[in-house]
Design a protein around this ligand. Structure first.
Ligand SMILES: NC(=O)c1ccc[n+]([C@@H]2O[C@H](COP(=O)([O-])OP(=O)(O)OC[C@H]3O[C@@H](n4cnc5c(N)ncnc54)[C@H](OP(=O)(O)O)[C@@H]3O)[C@@H](O)[C@H]2O)c1
Length: 269
């Protein structure tokens, strides 16, 4: 996997991969893609029926998959996910931190428990699960941790969602430096709007989740600091970093309206 020879379609044969948020959208597509490339996939999320349906589809296509229902906002369930995977397969080669939720409510009217809950799902869950799988990866000097951030972790948009995704980005980039030379790679994928349940309110053509899934699967064999998908969004990420005042103007032109209750943002990626 990580140090595999260059091939057009790298094989993940024999790898054990955990994918969180595998019951739908990007996570489900990623589980299918990893299994298609030969990995045994552990599907984790809360909705058991959806997870089972995804696992069945993978098995019917000739792949290997098991389901471990997990709420990543619950630290004890996160620990159990890693422990049960180790007990079943004896190792974890790939972790995809993908589980996440969107947000569109103005901060002033967001209940504190909901604020905490969003950060637990989008950020803390990824940190705690990574912490749980690392000892085995480090001992074997082999592993790939891939987290799903967002363009909202490059460009400040919805305050709470951006806070969680800037957090995921900071975590991933810093962990990559901490683990340099250990044999464990750390990569981040930062998608713009993708056509999933999270973006049903967006009225625009969007890429399908398979675009992100393919990128994630490629990152197992060819780790990178960060990949923004689709690539055209590098322009706005660059503008935000180099000319944030111009980015303010671009944001205002696109989104300008006073903050209103119950009005979903048009750009929550
Ligand atoms: N779609 C986009 O435009 C876009 C853009 C940038 C980044 N992203 C990120 O991509 C990731 C996947 O989102 P998606 O677009 O594929 O949306 P989605 O179809 O709604 O998938 C979200 C997944 O996260 C899981 N999840 C939510 N809360 C969870 C919890 N507490 N514990 C475990 N799993 C949980 C859901 O499963 P259960 O409900 O079954 O638990 C579901 O499988 C998220 O991190 C999102 O922030 C999406």
């Amino acid at each position: 996997m990580v140090h595999e020879a260059e091939t057009a379609r790298p094989t993940l044969l024999g790898d054990v991969a955990i994918v969180t948020g595998a019951s739908s959208g990007i996570g489900a597509a990623t589980a299918r893609e990893l299994a298609r490339r030969g990995a045994t996939v552990v599907l984790a999320a809360r909705r058991v029926d959806e997870l089972e349906a995804q696992a069945r589809a993978i098995r019917q296509a000739g792949g290997e998959a098991i389901v471990i229902p997990t709420d990543v906002a619950d630290a004890s369930q996160v620990t159990l996910l890693a422990e049960r995977t180790m007990a079943t397969f004896g190792r974890i080669d790939v972790l995809v931190n993908n589980a996440g939720a969107g947000w569109s409510k103005p901060l002033a009217s967001s209940p504190p428990d909901d604020v905490i809950g969003l950060l637990e799902v989008n950020l803390l869950g990824a940190i705690l699960l990574t912490r749980a799988v690392l000892p085995d990866m480090l001992e074997r000097r082999r592993g790939a941790v891939i987290s799903v951030g967002s363009l909202s972790g490059r460009v400040a948009m919805e305050p709470l969602y951006s806070a969680s995704k800037y957090g995921v980005r900071g975590f991933s980039l810093a962990l990559r430096r901490q683990l340099a030379g250990t044999g464990v790679s750390v990569s981040l994928v930062s998608p713009g709007n993708i056509d999933t349940a999270m973006t049903t309110h967006v009225r625009a053509a969007m890429p399908q989740p398979e675009l992100v899934a393919t990128t994630i699967a490629d990152l197992v064999a060819h780790p990178r600091r960060e990949v923004v998908v689709p690539g055209r969004h590098y322009a706005i990420a660059w503008l935000e970093q180099v000319l944030p005042g111009m980015a303010d103007l671009a944001y205002r032109r696109r989104h300008w309206s006073p903050v209103k209750e119950e009005e979903p943002a048009t750009w929550t990626s």
